[in-house]
Design a protein around this ligand. Structure first.
Ligand SMILES: Nc1ncnc2c1ncn2[C@@H]1O[C@H](COP(=O)(O)OP(=O)(O)OP(=O)(O)O)[C@@H](O)[C@H]1O
Ligand SMILES: [Mg+2]
Length: 253
């Protein structure tokens, strides 16, 4: 069974000034699966992730060629609503980056920006999002606490809850567990597993075991190219390209 295509990427090139960071990428990312991006440092994983919600729009000197369609619509079209795009495609970064505000206000921030003012409705969204990110029980009695004053693993789940509160369809996660201890990592991995019923998840990871554990599809990047993209099971058991094989068996990177 194949799922609907969520993102269709066609002949994508990306430049930081004259540095060619992504080279002719073609990929279809299916809905409600977990897709992992692996590859050595500097190969373009974060760059690619950020092209998917136009985070690079803010970086001077960058250029995108080719096409990225989300639900069949070209997101780089002139009249595409970037605010709507960022609502649909949420992002979680490597370092937990909660706002220096209360836990409650972190989660309510997005919904408020989108015009929700009713306090009962906000309470409901905050609770539901914190439950969704598996952190409600840990913080329900301290929603007034500053979100920067809790543990790193908790902060990262707050950031996931903050992303969920916007009711996204896609969650981009850039090495979301690399700053976390094994227990917090485990919680986030379990969470990813639960979230994929509802969301399309794309996760960058340097941890091969993690990619193998949590993803359905895996793309292997090398110097701006996608060398191989396939079912995770196939990538890790029978890689087709020697370079993929070398990477997953730890010979470089
Ligand atoms: N803002 C920028 N300006 C210029 N070059 C950049 C910028 N950001 C990244 N690069 C370059 O683009 C290439 C891809 O970087 P990117 O951050 O996408 O790699 P990555 O695969 O995410 O690496 P890592 O695993 O270390 O996070 C690298 O050569 C990097 O130096
Ligand atoms: Mg990166």
């Amino acid at each position: 069974m194949t799922n609907n295509v969520k993102f269709k990427i066609t002949d994508l090139d990306f430049y930081y000034s004259d540095f060619h960071a992504l080279k002719n990428i073609n990929m279809e990312i299916e809905e409600k699966l977990v897709t992992a991006f692996i590859g050595p440092s500097g190969c373009g994983k974060s760059t690619f992730l950020k092209t998917l919600n136009r985070m690079q729009d803010l970086v001077p000197g960058t250029r995108v060629d080719g096409k990225i369609e989300l639900d069949g619509q070209d997101i780089y079209q002139k009249n595409y609503d970037v605010n709507l795009l960022r609502k649909k495609v949420g992002m979680v970064f490597q370092q937990p980056n909660p706002f220096p505000k209360s836990i409650y206000d972190n989660i309510a921030y997005g919904p408020r920006t989108h015009g929700i003012k009713d306090s009962k409705e906000l309470d409901r969204i905050v609770e539901e999002s914190l439950r969704g990110a598996a952190i409600w029980d840990e913080v329900k009695d301290k929603l007034d606490r500053r979100a920067t004053d809790i543990s790193g693993g908790q902060q990262q789940r707050i950031c996931i809850a903050r992303a969920i509160a916007n009711q996204p369809e896609v969650l981009l996660m850039d090495e979301p567990t690399s700053a976390l201890d094994p227990i917090s990592t485990n919680k986030i991995e379990e969470l990813v597993h639960e979230l994929k019923d509802k969301y399309t998840i794309i996760i960058v990871t340097h941890n091969m075991q993690q990619a193998a554990r949590i993803s359905d599809k895996t793309a292997f990047f090398l110097t701006g190219d996608v060398v191989e993209f396939n079912d995770t099971e196939a990538i890790f058991s029978t890689p087709q390209d020697q370079r993929t094989n070398d990477y997953i068996s730890g010979r470089f990177g």
